[in-house]
Structure formats: C-alpha cells, structure tokens
Design a protein around this ligand. Structure first.
Ligand code: 13P
Length: 255
C-alpha cells in the first residue's frame, strides 16, 4: 500500500456466521486487539448482528458494515433491506457484489451498479467486489473481466463518490479455498483496477481509492500481500472469525 496516498483498511466479512451471542463474544474479544490499529477496521456482519455490532463498537475504532443492501428505497420487496434502514442503525459500510452473491443469488453487474448508487445516495460507503473465476484467469482474460466489472459496477458514480468507495479485488478461485493469489498477481490486478479508474476519472482520483485484496488472506501471507503498492488492505473471510488472526492482519496493515 502507498501510505502517503491512502489509508489501509482491513474489513472482515463474516458471511453467514455468528448468532448474536457469538457475535457479541467475538466483538468483545476484538475490541482491545483492534484498539492499537492505525489502519481502518471494519466488520461486515449479518443483518441480525448489525444493531449489536453498532452498539458494542460505539466509542471504538471499529466500524460496522452490512453484507448486502437493496437498491430500492422501500416497497414490496419481501426479504430485502434498504440503505436507509442500515444508516438509521448506524451502519457505515456495505459489501456489494460479493462473488457468492453473484454465484448463488443472481447478482449481476447491473444490480451491483444499482446497489452501489443507492448505497452512496444514502450515505453508506460501498465495498464493491470484483474478481475473475478460474476459467477466466486460465483463458488469459482476467483484465478484460475486471475492466468490464469496474466499468459496469461503477457506471454513473461521480468522482466525489468514488473516493468514498472501496474496491475489493477477490479472485473467485482464491475465496475460501486456502489458495491465495501470489503477491504479484494481487498487485498486478489491483494496479490494473487503479489504472482503469484513472482512465474513467483521473489519476489523482484513482490514487485516492482504497483497493483491497480478498481471498484466503491470513496471518501467514498478509505481510507480503500488504507490502504491494496498490494493495490497500484486505477483505477477510475465514480469518475475520478468529480475533487473534484478525488482530495479526490489523497489525500488519498498521505497520
Ligand atoms: P476467505 O478469506 O475465507 O477466503 O474469504 C474471502 C472473502 O470472500 C471475503 O469477502
């Protein structure tokens, strides 16, 4: 990461894990561990844990995010949660377009774009996920895929708003597989995302955007990944569920 231009952010993505008592225990364990971090610290938790997380992290350096948001303001959308419902609780961030939502829940670049704009309009900071699947990497079209996702997912987002947006590069083949992109692969794609943003906006704007790497980031590989110029932190799945592991990542990102 380039500390002169950006602050590193480590965000946990709890996915569909933790009941409320379990969430409470993990957050209490995390609070003293996170207290010394100089990087940004976010925990993205299931909807049912949001209120608990906001309450328990008040007055700490831990910020709270949701894992999805609907793009309509209100109405007959059974089972959905609006951006205003999240901000009213005190949620600041929201993950949008995670590959699991693209894979299992019909998320498309079009709906990612609608959600991103709705989140920003409501004052939420989106963490927009992009990433290629294994076949795409093997076919040598990673940049083509990432370029398309970045352009479509962020279409119509202003330069001012893009600076509030976090982009997470998550190669789908590295998620939950224990298989990490090499530091070089992570740097290559994160730099490519920044170059794409520079074309869409301008270099100064692109330089201000936090671009995370996600996909089996853990205490063992974090230092090398975070040492890359364009890797500004991580979006963490498995390792965010263990306070000690998450703490190591915060420490590495704070160096
Ligand atoms: P893992 O860290 O478990 O591979 O998950 C990454 C991820 O999907 C974060 O959003």
């Amino acid at each position: 990461m380039n500390k002169e231009l950006r602050q590193a952010i480590i965000a946990g993505n709890w996915k569909m894990n933790k009941t409320r008592p379990e969430a409470k225990a993990l957050i209490e364990e995390l609070k003293p561990i996170a207290a010394n971090a100089t990087c940004g610290v976010i925990i993205c938790v299931p909807f049912t844990n949001l209120e608990t997380a906001v309450e328990l992290t008040k007055g700490t350096n831990i910020k709270v995010g949701a894992e999805n948001v609907h793009f309509k303001e209100s109405g007959a959308y059974t089972g959905e949660i609006s951006a205003a419902m999240l901000t009213e609780i005190g949620v600041e961030y929201v993950i949008i377009g995670h590959s699991e939502r693209r894979q299992y829940f019909g998320e498309t670049d079009e709906t990612v774009n609608l959600r991103t704009k709705a989140a920003l309009a409501a004052g939420l900071k989106p963490i927009v996920c992009v990433g290629e699947v294994l076949e795409e990497r093997e076919a040598g079209i990673t940049e083509e895929v990432i370029s398309r996702q970045v352009k479509l997912d962020l279409a119509g987002v202003s330069a001012e708003d893009i600076k509030k947006t976090v982009i997470a590069y998550e190669p789908v083949w590295a998620i939950g597989t224990g298989k990490t992109a090499t530091a070089e692969q992570a740097q290559e794609v994160c730099a490519f995302i920044r170059a794409t943003l520079a074309k869409l906006y301008d270099q100064a704007t692109a330089d201000a955007v936090t671009i995370q790497y996600g996909g089996s980031m853990n205490p063992k590989n974090a230092a090398e990944l975070l040492a890359q110029t364009d890797v500004d932190g991580g979006l963490i799945g498995g390792a965010s569920l263990k306070a000690a592991d998450f703490g190591v990542l915060l420490e590495e990102a704070s160096k």
